[in-house]
Ligand binder design. Structure first.
Ligand code: SF4
Ligand code: SF4
Length: 358
């Protein structure tokens, strides 16, 4: 009897990256002896096989038009053996197999407006979320804040004279898909959503929206004879989580949606455990196109850290050592009762939800 044919699994995930690697990286995969940094923006890897690779890192604006991508690919073809890759912070890296190719590649990148740097103890490129270009719920732009801020931190990207690596990020809603960073800029809504009751019944799945609220502040309600929703404003923490599944619950507001700065997050296990960020500046105006108030606060934190931290202290290590009172003294940020949660209070607040239990 014929055996039944097994259906082949269809894998539509990420393709195997090794097919795209520079041939020397592929050949020496997992066989590296050591690496060093001959200058800011250049990594030099030496393999046990004797092969050497130089990686030149440059900053980009992350969200790129086709002609910029073509330009970067032309530089790769002409100066860098035809291979590029992007790092997790949206820097671009070109790999070459001889030291003689490094200087012409750097010269061409700088001439084309891509600064070389972002390695070692520098301020690396800001990781930013999608902003107005791709996402449907942002309260501000993310790439715009990045451009404004990196224009001011340009030299810190090109040099390696911070105490340790500094990662910055921006997130354009409070869902914060930007993740943890040494310094993060995150939208902060300060008023509950305004509900357009005429649209709720046609647009929103009400049980889904009710279930979405982390503090159980949303209830089904009949308004003008139509099924709609109501928000208990005393409970609402203005997180914005109800807006994506129910756009008639508009929370973005030109005046009341602000920006906040959080510090001390990191993902790595190097030297100390990963840490979560804490909010240290609240209610900064969402002020495009240059966001000057945000730039000033970020630079205040960055340069206080640079002046005071010991070698190899990450921003969170520095704060742990000096303590929060001195952090606010040195950065000259105003300390208010809204800033640092003692977590015992948060435990009680969050436990008001039917969805979060400790
Ligand atoms: S931070 Fe929020 S608005 Fe911005 S891209 Fe992420 S989910 Fe979208
Ligand atoms: S989901 Fe967030 S913004 Fe919406 S009602 Fe609940 S707490 Fe308020």
């Amino acid at each position: 009897m014929a055996q039944p044919q097994m259906r082949r699994a269809t894998e539509s995930g990420v393709p195997d990256n090794r097919q795209f690697l520079h041939p020397l990286l592929k050949k020496n995969y997992g066989n590296w002896k050591y690496h060093d940094r001959p200058r800011p923006g250049v990594l030099h890897h030496v393999s046990h096989s004797g092969d050497e690779v130089w990686s030149v890192r440059a900053g980009t604006q992350r969200q790129m038009d086709v002609s910029t991508i073509r330009k970067l690919c032309d530089i790769a073809d002409q100066y860098a053996e035809g291979h590029v890759r992007f790092t997790i912070r949206s820097n671009i890296e070109f790999m070459v197999s001889s030291a003689a190719k490094v200087a012409p590649l750097i010269a061409e990148l700088e001439k084309s407006g891509f600064p070389v740097g972002g390695t070692g103890n520098s301020v690396s490129m800001i990781a930013h979320t999608q902003g107005w270009l791709h996402c449907d719920i942002p309260g501000t732009d993310a790439s715009g804040v990045v451009k404004a801020l990196m224009d001011e931190l340009y030299d810190e990207f090109r040099r390696e004279d911070m105490p340790n690596r500094v990662h910055l990020s921006t997130s354009c809603c409070e869902i914060n898909c930007g993740g943890q960073a040494d310094i993060a800029i995150i939208v902060q809504h300060t008023k509950p959503p305004k509900i357009n009751h005429d649209l709720v019944a046609n647009v929103c799945e009400r049980p889904a929206v009710v279930a979405r609220c982390p503090v159980a502040a949303i209830r089904p309600a009949l308004v003008n004879g139509k099924p709609s929703l109501e928000v208990d404003e005393k409970k609402c923490i203005c997180c914005g989580a109800c807006y994506p599944p129910c756009p008639p619950m508009q929370i973005n507001d030109p005046e009341h949606s602000k920006l906040a700065i959080w510090v001390g997050g990191k993902n790595s296990n190097a030297r100390a455990k990963p840490t979560f960020m804490k909010m240290v500046a609240a209610g900064l105006p969402n002020n495009p196109p240059r966001w000057p108030e945000v730039s000033e606060a970020v630079k205040g934190i960055l340069y206080a850290y640079k002046a005071d931290a010991r070698p190899w202290e990450r921003l969170s290590d520095w704060i742990d050592r000096i303590g929060w009172p001195r952090f606010f003294e040195r950065t000259e940020l105003p300390f208010t009762k809204y800033l640092i949660d003692d977590w015992r209070g948060a435990r009680a607040n969050l436990n008001a939800s039917t969805h979060i239990r400790f």
